[in-house]
Design a protein around this ligand. Structure first.
Ligand SMILES: Nc1ncnc2c1ncn2[C@@H]1O[C@H](COP(=O)(O)OP(=O)(O)OP(=O)(O)O)[C@@H](O)[C@H]1O
Ligand SMILES: [Zn+2]
Ligand SMILES: [Zn+2]
Length: 826
């Protein structure tokens, strides 16, 4: 039996399966999806079995056996192997990278060298105590551990390694192992308690008690718990185990991060009319099981979550499993509570604020079929379920669904693909759908492939959308108000304080500067290794580079002109907090931004405090805009709506509209009515006027016009290839050759044509030009952008164009990075 193995080497030349022999003792265990350790270039590396064959494709005599099988249950399923193949092609990444993205970090094994006796019966000249110790450690020990324990035997060890008595072996060690707990069981074929007691002498009262306790408390219990609860001694339990009246075994323990929390169970709510209509269509799709994608466009507060919950219920009743993706940031306790409250233990939660051990345990709950619903951020799309019926992507417009490092996948596209494999239904939900999803949903269905549009235009219970006022900050300035609060926002905040209601204040941080500038000469502090300004961290008074981590003390005088008029622009939220304290003495503010949410669970704690009304104002960045549902919030204020409008990003207007709509949606979700104040310097911009009117359709119409004029998605698709190298001349020549190669290939296939040419298929190659961030970590950066329309496999084209640069003689280490459907082209 031969296994085809993708070995964990990140180089393009080795990105193909290699054949290995499967030793007979592994044959009944090894499956497609198994993780193995294999000899490769003199080392043992981790690999994944992607296929099994009867015979090899190369000369049998050159084939080596698999060194070890790393898990009893394969971490991946065959459909995921296929999915990883698709990912590597679509996103132009290596197959290994795609596979690695699918398993929890805890399973990313590292090579570990150990030594042991070549022949256990021959200890050669080794001192006995040393040989004994090796024997006790399962025959294999780490060299440094051995030397630490027997420093006096260094020479003997060296000699034994030299004459072959001791040999070195490699194996793969997981970053983290399963936690094992000694557990007491009742034996499988068991006597009745009376019969069992007959085997215990009357004077052994402790043993009798312990046994009776176990019979009373069921099948099994961790040893430690049992000792504590029954008062039995370890000795009496041991005696019972020796009599085979009890069994002691190590079992995996789950570190349930939610173990100490009680979730109140909830029942399905009576659906509102709008919810019911949408739910029926989802149920229909679930019945069909044809892998359809649907776009649920429901305004903020329309009750999307309840529709998700009941759809999941329906899916579980069909005997299938469900995956729910939410943006990391909105994976709050509130959100988790809603799912745990409905489905209890069947829910596994995967997010990055869990320790990697906790994540691993949640993942194993899924793999071992103890969980049927997985809720998590982006990577939860790889939850190892066998029969997926439903995939829900909440806030589908969020850019965090795109992974920014390789593999640069978009969870939405992976979801659609995975759903096809399983015949599962995909629901994309949002109050502000992305342009891509909306355009796709409106397109006439082609073979059922395009998503259907499910609208929920009204709030639950017919509650009104909050009234939105736009304040022109230029007018404020003209009126002599230099504060960052307009008179209107000031007055409304005051009102809330008097009435004991709560407010949410958003500072749009995108485009908000945290840098250092000299007011005399205009010098700004920038990174010596990257073409980018350094960011100022007020707490530590340090200037730091986001890209390479370079850090320096903030200067007291200008390094360029020695002036002392240096100005620090701290994080915007700190300044707003200070101003609030000045304007409203005694105001209780909770600030939520990158600085206050670094610690584990800090995000949740802050929200909990706000929910308990321990503060008047929740002030923060993007983090406060999403998913929150607090009944006493009656005012939402946006400090400066347009900081994000003028970024060199073709999605700037879309992102601004989404943010304003989302944050406005936090107000007046319950009995109390809500109001919103948006402060801006460009009140006439359509992203702001349409957000004010809660008019998604109007925004989309205007934005689509702009995109079509400028030739941006959804009118075309993009691939961004960034190249980098220390030497500029070399980079210029390699990037030009790459662009030429691309054009030639496209020309050859008759695809090269201007997008505006009206042809059904057209592709343009733009560049090479210097990237907007022209240097990073001392490497120059150039980019090529491919724009195309129509059914073109642009990824395949890029892969082919890359070949001469990655397979021939190495191009002096020019690094290529491919981003398919990039979120930004910076
Ligand atoms: N059928 C129903 N009957 C009564 N209350 C409901 C019903 N459906 C939802 N709700 C309540 O309405 C409120 C808003 O619902 P939900 O949070 O699901 O909205 P949403 O569409 O997800 O909004 P957002 O996009 O702003 O997060 C919640 O407090 C929820 O409990
Ligand atoms: Zn200066
Ligand atoms: Zn830098």
């Amino acid at each position: 039996m031969i296994a085809k193995v993708i070995v964990d080497v990140p180089s393009r030349q080795t990105d193909r399966p290699f054949d290995y022999e499967v030793p007979s003792e592994m044959q009944s265990w090894l499956e497609v999806g198994s993780r193995v350790g294999v000899p490769f270039g003199g080392r043992v590396l981790q690999g994944f079995v992607i296929g099994i064959a009867e015979s090899a494709s190369v000369d049998m005599s050159r084939i080596k056996p698999i060194a070890e099988l790393l898990d009893a249950v394969p971490p991946l399923l065959p459909d995921m192997i296929e999915l990883s193949r698709w990912m590597s092609e679509k996103y132009c990444c290596s197959w290994t990278q795609a596979l690695q993205a699918m398993i929890p970090a805890a399973l990313k094994g590292k090579e570990e060298k150990k030594i042991g006796l070549a022949d256990p019966s021959d200890t050669g000249m080794l001192p006995d105590e040393l040989a004994d110790w090796i024997g006790k450690s399962d025959g294999l020990v780490k060299l440094d551990a051995l030397l630490a324990r027997f420093p006096e035997h260094v020479t003997a060890v060296k000699q034994a390694l030299g004459d072959g008595t001791l040999v070195q072996q490699s194996s793969i060690k997981d970053r983290l192992s399963v936690k094992m707990v000694l557990t007491v069981f009742l034996p499988e074929s068991r006597l009745s308690l009376e019969q069992a007691l007959e085997h215990i002498p009357a004077r052994a009262a402790k043993q009798r008690e312990a046994l009776a306790f176990m019979y009373e408390h069921g099948e099994s219990m961790p040893l430690q718990d049992m000792v504590q609860a029954s008062g039995a001694s370890a000795a009496s339990i041991k005696a019972l185990v020796e009599k085979e009246l009890l069994v002691l075994r190590e079992v995996e323990s789950g570190r349930d991060p939610y173990a100490d929390r009680n979730f109140t169970r909830t029942k399905p709510l009576q659906l509102m009319e709008g919810q019911q209509a949408v739910f029926s269509r989802i149920a229909e799709a679930l019945e069909e099981g044809e892998g359809r994608t649907m776009l649920l466009h429901g305004v903020t507060g329309s009750g999307k979550t309840e529709v998700y919950l009941q759809s999941i219920q329906y899916c579980l009743e069909q005997g299938r499993q469900a995956i729910v993706l939410v943006p990391e940031i909105s994976l709050t306790p509130q959100m988790v509570e809603r799912f745990k409250g409905r489905f209890g233990e069947a829910v596994a939660v995967l997010h990055s604020r869990l320790s990697s051990g906790e994540r691993f345990d949640e993942w194993r709950k899924i793999r071992s079929k103890r969980a049927e619903v997985a809720i998590g951020a982006r990577s939860a799309i790889f939850a190892p379920f066998e029969r997926i019926g439903l995939i829900i992507i909440d806030e589908e417009h969020e850019s965090s669904y795109k992974q920014e490092e390789s593999p640069k996948y978009h969870a939405r596209d992976v979801a659609v693909r995975r759903a096809k494999q399983h015949g599962a239904t995909v629901i994309l939900g949002s109050a502000t759908p992305s342009m891509e999803s909306y355009a796709a949903a409106k397109r006439p269905a082609q073979g059922g492939g395009a998503p259907a549009l499910l609208p929920m235009p009204e709030r639950v219970g017919g509650r009104p959308m909050p009234e939105v006022e736009v304040v022109d900050m230029r007018e404020e300035l003209r009126g002599g108000n230099r504060s960052m609060f307009s008179r209107k926002l000031h007055a409304k905040l005051q009102e809330r304080l008097e009435r004991g209601e709560q407010s949410v204040l958003l500072l749009n941080r995108r485009g908000y500067s945290t840098f250092v500038m000299c007011r005399t000469c205009g010098h700004t502090a920038s990174c010596p290794h990257c073409d980018i300004s350094l960011t100022y961290h007020q707490k530590t008074r340090v200037l730091r580079c986001h890209y390479c981590g370079h850090a320096e003390q903030a200067p007291k005088e200008c390094p360029a002109c020695s002036s002392e008029h240096i100005r620090y622009f701290g994080t915007g939220t700190q300044r707003v907090e200070e101003e609030l304290a000045k304007l409203f003495p005694g105001i209780r503010v909770i600030r939520m931004d990158v600085d206050t949410t670094t610690e584990k669970h800090s995000h949740e704690k802050l929200l909990k405090r706000f929910g308990e009304r321990q503060a008047d104002v929740l002030l923060g960045t993007q983090m406060v805009a999403k998913g929150l549902d607090f009944p006493y919030v009656t005012l939402v204020g946006v400090i400066a709506a347009d900081t994000s409008l003028h970024l060199p990003d073709f999605r700037a207007a879309e992102k601004t509209f989404q943010l304003l709509t989302q944050v406005a949606g936090r107000a007046g979700r319950h009995e109390l009515e809500g109001e919103v104040v948006i402060q801006t310097y460009t009140p006439e911009h359509y992203a702001i006027t349409t957000a004010q009117q809660h008019d998604y359709a109007a925004f989309i119409g205007e934005e689509l016009r702009h995109r079509s004029m400028m030739g941006y998605p959804p009118y075309c698709r993009l691939v961004l290839v960034t190249m980098s190298h220390e030497q500029l001349p070399l980079l210029v020549s390699v990037s030009s050759r790459f662009a030429a190669e691309l054009k030639e290939l496209a020309e050859h296939e008759g695809l090269l044509a201007p997008l505006g040419s009206g042809l059904p298929r057209a592709l343009e190659v733009l560049g090479p030009v210097a990237s907007p961030i022209a240097r990073m970590k001392d490497r120059y950066r150039f980019q090529v952008v491919i724009k195309y329309r129509g059914s073109i496999d642009a990824s395949a084209l890029v892969r082919r164009a890359l070949q001469p640069f990655t397979e021939g003689p190495p191009q002096k280490n020019v690094t290529f990075s491919v981003d398919v459907d990039p979120q930004v082209i910076l």
